[in-house]
Design a protein around this ligand. Structure first.
Ligand SMILES: [Ca+2]
Length: 96
């Protein structure tokens, strides 16, 4: 009478399977946490947009009285006729 043959695993194969039993659940947990991360991200208030406003000054005296000088050509309040030397800056401070 012969004994039934029992297939045995090698030690290395057993170690690999043991590591996989640990690594697969760990990877699943880490993946799930990475998917939840956007929920935990703190809300950051956006910076208020500072859009340039066209003030429609009647002249440089009014602009300076409002605290604006050296108005660049990119500013909506810039007017060609307020830039006497045509250098792209309107209402430069008075020279002394
Ligand atoms: Ca100028």
């Amino acid at each position: 009478m012969s004994r039934p043959r029992i297939k045995t695993r090698s030690t290395a194969q057993g170690q690999v399977e043991a590591w996989l039993r640990i690594l697969f659940p760990l990877a699943a947990v880490l993946f799930a946490l990475s998917q939840l991360a956007p929920i935990w991200r703190p809300y950051v208030m956006p910076e208020p947009r500072t859009e340039a406003v066209d003030h429609h000054f009647s002249g440089c005296d009014e602009a300076r009285a409002a605290g604006m000088s050296n108005i660049p050509w990119t500013d909506p309040s810039y007017r060609d006729w307020m830039d006497g030397d045509d250098d792209g800056l309107a209402c430069e401070p008075h020279r002394r």
